[in-house]
Design a protein around this ligand. Structure first.
Ligand SMILES: NC(=O)c1ccc[n+]([C@@H]2O[C@H](COP(=O)([O-])OP(=O)(O)OC[C@H]3O[C@@H](n4cnc5c(N)ncnc54)[C@H](OP(=O)(O)O)[C@@H]3O)[C@@H](O)[C@H]2O)c1
Length: 322
């Protein structure tokens, strides 16, 4: 089978398209034919050497996708060959075939295409974690969503709107404004330098927002604090783009609450993974949640997909087709 591997950390050029042996499923595992693999920033983190450093080389990148079951290992009762499935957190997904722990699989509903199912696993579950668990958005709340035209930002915006909130989106360039607005953002601020808080305060009559969702790196951190109202919540989530460094807890203003949200906590059991993804699939089926696919690349061009994502020019979800 073909796969995208890396044998050293670095830029997109470390990714190689190679022939590999198809693995066999062990107990509790499922071998899947990958129809679509999702590209996530965490793959870029792994490629840069910020994660998975203990895993043996060559490492096959990717953690997300959708496809069809080829074979199941011992002790797998819930899945059978031929079944359509989607998954999140199965290292090795940038390949024609991947071993997925059965606990990380969900059945793809009839009528849902593989691209949509793959596109919503990581970013959709992350968005639902942020807006329903980490800070459950209330109907009168105002939220600031960074990178609002990205794959995660577009889904998060829609889920906040489904819960009755108001969204102020922040994007880095003017051409992304219409895309964020199409997802439901009430206001969109264009800024790539961290200079957005004054506009957030103007839009909220000086009060600030109830919650900021910020995974955009150190540049936005201070502006995000400044954009909050008293007792507001800062949901910080971006390990790959970088954190604010060490913080004196007494420097935090306005009795705000600050935390690092991790999607894995939202789906920490197979039951939760299946119920949370079923909710996303229902919203999609009912037309309440739209999945924007911003780029589809042949698997062999994974390096180009990474470079495009890092360029800040893409919007929506990027996918690879093996
Ligand atoms: N904690 C968790 O559980 C979790 C889960 C998934 C993802 N994440 C994090 O969420 C963030 C988004 O990841 P994603 O995979 O979901 O992709 P994504 O939402 O599609 O992110 C792409 C967006 O990131 C922004 N961006 C790209 N390069 C940037 C840079 N160098 N500096 C600042 N912003 C940049 C761009 O928005 P603008 O140019 O418009 O700002 C772009 O639209 C990443 O930080 C990732 O680590 C965290």
């Amino acid at each position: 089978m073909k796969a995208i591997v890396m044998t050293r950390a670095g830029g997109p050029d470390v990714l190689e398209f190679v022939e590999q042996e198809t693995p066999s499923p062990g107990p509790g595992e499922v071998l899947v034919e990958v129809a679509v693999a999702g590209v996530n920033f965490m793959d870029i983190g792994a490629r840069r050497g910020m994660a998975w450093t203990a895993a043996a080389d060559p490492k096959v990148l990717g953690v997300e996708g959708a496809g069809r079951v080829i074979a199941v290992g011992a002790q797998v009762d819930d899945f059978r060959p031929g079944q359509r499935v989607a998954w999140v957190y199965a290292p090795g997904s940038y390949a024609q075939r991947v071993i997925v722990p059965a606990d990380a699989l969900v059945a793809t509903p009839d009528g849902m295409d593989d691209r949509t199912a793959a596109a919503v696993m990581m970013q959709g579950l992350t968005a639902s974690h942020f807006a329903t668990d980490f800070y459950p958005v209330q109907p009168d709340n105002v939220a600031l969503v960074h990178a609002a035209a990205g794959g995660l930002g577009l889904l998060l915006t829609q889920i906040i709107k489904l819960r009755g909130g108001t969204v102020i989106g922040r994007v880095s360039s003017a051409d992304k404004v219409a895309i964020a607005k199409r997802a439901g953002a009430d206001h969109v601020i264009v800024d790539a330098t961290g200079d957005f808080a004054a506009e957030v305060l103007r839009l909220t009559n000086g009060e600030g927002v109830n919650v900021v969702y910020d995974g955009s790196g150190p540049t936005t951190f201070q502006g995000s604090l400044d954009s909050l109202r008293v007792s507001g919540t800062l949901c910080w989530y971006g390990p790959v783009l970088g954190g604010p460094g060490s913080l004196d807890i007494m420097s935090l203003p306005k009795s705000i609450k600050l935390g690092y949200a991790v999607f894995a906590d939202h789906v920490r059991t197979p039951e939760r993974l299946r119920s949370r993804s079923a909710q996303l699939f229902e919203w999609i089926r009912d037309g309440q949640l739209k999945v924007a696919i911003g780029g589809v690349y042949p698997l062999a061009q994974a390096a180009r997909a990474h470079a495009d994502m890092e360029s800040r020019l893409t919007t929506g979800k990027l996918l690879l087709i093996p």
